[in-house]
Design a protein around this ligand. Structure first.
Ligand SMILES: [Zn+2]
Length: 435
């Protein structure tokens, strides 16, 4: 099932927020500022685009259930789908935050009449990335906004949004679907077997949107690998990923595009790497007792591979940078270079964090099993037997301490403590000195 339009009817498991928006549209009670609050990847952006389409659509229709929706075929609808509507704009972080210059640009555009639709719509994602000065500038814009402008802010942590902005917004809360709901959807909408649906969802580490993206061409292979093979394969897939990105980057023509791509690195889904990571963490989780030298060698190879992948990705943009040496002021060029370096380094540290999160999800499942929780709560439901086995061997207290140790390690990573030491410590700990 491919999403071909921005209709509400294509969005899964978010009936409540959609109903709120439909009702405000039909009742002519459209708020000028909405804040969509909900976890990442539950469909906030899809709903924002569908709402923008409903607002701009020339011929809204009733769907098969008699519910109002955009038509999906008029010029406005098509352009919103392709992200090319002149009156629907996206404000996303430039580098690590949304800067005041971006909000000033928004301010200037918000006062203009819409050029094609009925509204000037601004989607700010994520609102947590507004810094103090851009937050205050936005607040001023919201206070003085002309009647034809509309703002949709996306946030997963409303606590990180300026309270004065929150109080000006109509807050629309999004549901967090349960594991079971997502697996059910994957089976129904993509005709997957229960095992395949469970495996595909587990691969996304509980990320609903990502599991939907992967579902259309997911192939289920219930293979079991040894720790050595899964380690080798993970390193290999990391190199393959970096090769793909380097090829992609070598075809980029402008520095602006290069920068955009660098910042998008973290959100790329490369399924073979996800599968390799899942298999590696599973074999670590299943293993009791590693040879003495293993943790250090294992960790070194992983860190080296991630580092060199990041470095080659960065290097693939070097020709473009030197080509542009003459056409950009050196300060601008320097800034772009620094940002690219930051983005690729961030990608590298993210890989390690994702590895820890994946491992933590295995132990969380085992802890659930050790507490006799309902099996539908397991993330890695396709590996139920493994989870039960580990739960029996390790027991509640040990599993709990492993999860705490992983949480601590993730916090250390975020503070840029030596990644090699952190990884080596994790592997040593779970390798079990008691084995
Ligand atoms: Zn339309």
């Amino acid at each position: 099932m491919q999403r071909k339009t921005n209709n509400f009817s294509n969005i899964l498991l978010q009936e409540n927020p959609i109903d709120i928006l439909r009702r405000s549209f039909m009742g002519g009670r459209i708020a000028q500022t909405y804040l969509f609050a909900g976890k990442q990847s539950v469909g906030r952006m899809a709903v924002a685009k569908a709402f923008a389409a409903l607002l701009q659509c020339k011929n809204p229709i009733k769907d098969e259930n008699g519910k109002l929706d955009s038509c999906g075929i008029c010029d406005d609808c098509k352009r919103i789908f392709n992200d090319s509507h002149p009156d629907v704009r996206y404000i996303t972080p430039s580098g690590n935050e949304i800067k005041i210059e971006q909000i000033r640009d928004l301010q200037n555009m918000a006062i203009l009449k819409p050029s094609m639709g009925a509204w000037q719509i601004f989607i700010i994602d994520p609102a947590e990335k507004l810094n103090l000065s851009s937050s205050n500038a936005l607040l001023k814009t919201l206070e003085e906004a002309p009647a034809h402008s509309l703002f949709i802010l996306l946030a997963s942590d409303t606590g990180a949004v300026l309270p004065t902005i929150l109080s000006r917004s109509e807050i629309v809360r999004f549901n967090t679907p349960s594991h079971q709901q997502v697996r059910q959807i994957l089976q129904e909408k993509y005709s997957m077997s229960p095992e395949a649906a469970a495996a595909c969802y587990a691969l996304s580490e509980g990320n609903f949107g990502q599991s939907l993206t992967m579902a259309s061409d997911y192939e289920y292979e219930p293979e079991v690998t040894s720790i050595k093979r899964s380690h080798t394969n993970y390193l290999l897939q990391m190199q393959m990923f970096s090769q793909n990105i380097e090829d992609d980057f070598s075809s980029v023509n402008t520095l602006e595009d290069a920068l955009k791509k660098a910042w998008q690195l973290q959100s790329i889904t490369y399924q073979p790497l996800l599968e390799a990571r899942k298999a590696l963490c599973r074999s670590l989780f299943m293993n009791t007792g590693f040879p003495k030298a293993f943790p250090l060698l294992f960790s070194q190879e992983i860190i080296n591979t991630i580092d060199s992948a990041g470095a080659s990705i960065k290097k693939s943009l070097d020709p473009l940078l030197s080509e542009n040496k003459k056409s950009y002021p050196s300060a601008v060029l320097k800034d772009i270079e620094t940002q690219i370096a930051t983005a690729t380094t961030k990608w590298g540290s993210d890989q390690l964090e994702k590895l820890f999160l994946c491992l933590m999800n295995w132990y969380t499942d085992a802890l659930l099993a050790a507490s006799n929780a309902d099996e539908s709560l397991l993330l890695n439901l396709d590996r139920k037997e493994d989870i039960i086995t580990v739960a029996k061997v390790e027991g509640f207290a040990l599993l709990k301490s492993r999860i705490e140790m992983l949480e601590k390690s993730i916090n250390l990573l975020k503070r840029y403590i030596q990644p090699l030491l952190i990884l080596e410590n994790v592997i040593t700990q779970i390798g079990g000195a008691e084995a």
